[in-house]
Design a protein around this ligand. Structure first.
Ligand code: CAA
Length: 381
């Protein structure tokens, strides 16, 4: 793995950093207060090519790699973790399965508009009773002539209300366990796609997590991804990449926590000197810096493997697990460094704390990541 960033990777990171500093620092505060979707920022990201970072140029994307993607998500998350996950779910979870597992016809129909940010994507896997146990899908898809008819309920779907395109998982053969699950590309403008409610959450408030209901949602047969029964593996392969996105989001939140702590520790005086002069604070800053750096290295390794087309299931689970826990620790310590002020809305660190928590939960909880990692570690022996 090359530890030096390429010119393209640096350019992508710098563009994202500029955009985040100029546009997202206020958007981050605003959407946390209003719980509104940052539509204007997302449209601008589309114009900048950031809604299709790893989509090849032939489909209208930026044609960059997953390391660039990770760098971009990190930069967005430093200023606005909501925007970062909107882009990550759209890219890794909705665009990637079409690119990596779809037909040429599907790629041509969906990717150009998705890469431009004109069509936002979502990934409809989780159900009220099927969270960690993703194979427990109750949503049904029944073949009817040249279409499938889908009925069921999905929970916590990021971008669910804004999406034009949904990658939907449904059971085509309930007797076959995980081998009976199939994946479809649904267009949300079609009748039968309904947003039931948007959850009230403790963090990432600008990213909407919705309960969706499908009632006789019709999807053309040609919108099946792969073959009937391929859906569970498609979901798992998609999540291998998705976890790189969430790890990157966590790194961004962790970095924001560290940067705020560094600033505050050098300004805040206590017992006659800046608190950065005390070892108790210095050790916190050191631990945060090490863990964020280690998380980034793990994440770039997973991204490099993904770009090389090599297995990255365990590596992306490791990256996501480590980065999420590093972000949570960094945000917790950032509040401690800020003392009483850290607990108020006057400083952003209380938002980082609320935003960090979800990275230990979505796209597979930390417990599920440990399960995935341990099964690979045991297999290797
Ligand atoms: N790639 C390809 N195939 C895979 C795979 C992968 N990464 N992981 C598993 N498989 C295959 C297995 O090889 C196995 O294949 P065979 O049928 O040929 O034997 C099959 O899939 C079943 O595998 P398991 O027996 O391991 O499946 P399981 O039912 O025990 O589940 C699990 C494993 C890891 C717990 C999985 O269910 C899981 O990852 N759960 C978490 C779900 C999750 O992350 N949900 C996130 C929702 S999306 C979200 O959060 C988005 C958002 O808001 C931002």
């Amino acid at each position: 793995m090359d530890l030096e960033l390429s010119e393209n990777q640096r350019a992508a990171r710098d563009t994202a950093r500029r955009f985040a500093r100029e546009r997202l620092s206020t958007v981050g505060v605003e959407v946390d207060r209003t719980h509104g979707f940052p539509a204007a920022a997302v449209a601008e990201l589309g114009r900048l090519g950031m809604m299709g970072i790893f989509i090849p140029e032939q489909y209208g994307g930026a044609g960059l790699d997953h390391v660039s993607y990770s760098l971009v998500i990190e930069e967005l998350a430093v200023e606005c973790a909501s925007t970062a996950v909107i882009v990550s779910a759209h890219s890794s979870l909705a665009s990637w399965p079409i690119l990596g597992l779809g037909t040429e016809e599907q790629r041509k129909r969906y990717l150009p508009k998705m890469a431009a940010g004109e069509w936002i994507g979502c990934f409809a896997l989780t159900e009220p009773q099927a969270g960690s146990d993703a194979a427990g899908q109750r949503t049904r898809a029944v073949r009817d002539g040249d279409s499938y008819v889908i009925n069921g309920t999905k929970n916590f779907i990021t971008n669910g209300p804004e999406a034009a395109v949904a990658v939907v998982f449904a059971n085509t053969d309930p007797s076959a366990g995980h081998r009976g699950i199939s994946a479809f590309i649904a267009e949300t403008a079609h009748p039968g796609y309904q947003v039931v409610r948007i959850e009230e959450k403790m963090g990432i408030c600008g990213s909407h997590s919705a309960q969706l209901s499908f009632s006789d949602l019709r999807v053309p047969r040609n919108n099946l991804i792969g073959k009937e029964g391929d859906g569970f593996k498609a979901a798992m392969k998609t999540l291998d990449g998705g976890r790189i996105g969430i790890a990157s989001q966590a790194i961004g939140i962790g970095r924001a926590s560290l940067e705020a702590s560094l600033r505050y520790a050098q300004e805040r005086q206590s017992f006659g000197k800046p608190i950065a002069g005390y070892q108790a604070i210095q050790w916190k800053l050191a631990d945060m810096a090490v863990e964020i750096d280690a998380a980034r290295l793990l994440t770039h390794r997973a991204a490099t493997l993904k770009d090389a087309g090599r297995p990255c299931t365990a590596q992306s689970a490791m990256a996501k697990l480590f980065a999420a826990e590093a972000a949570m620790k960094a945000a917790t310590e950032a509040i401690q460094v800020h003392g009483g002020y850290g607990y108020t809305k006057e400083f952003k660190v209380e938002r980082y704390f609320r935003d960090a928590k979800i990275t230990e939960i979505y796209e597979g909880t930390s417990e599920i990541q440990r399960l995935v990692i341990s099964s690979h570690v045991l297999e290797d022996r």
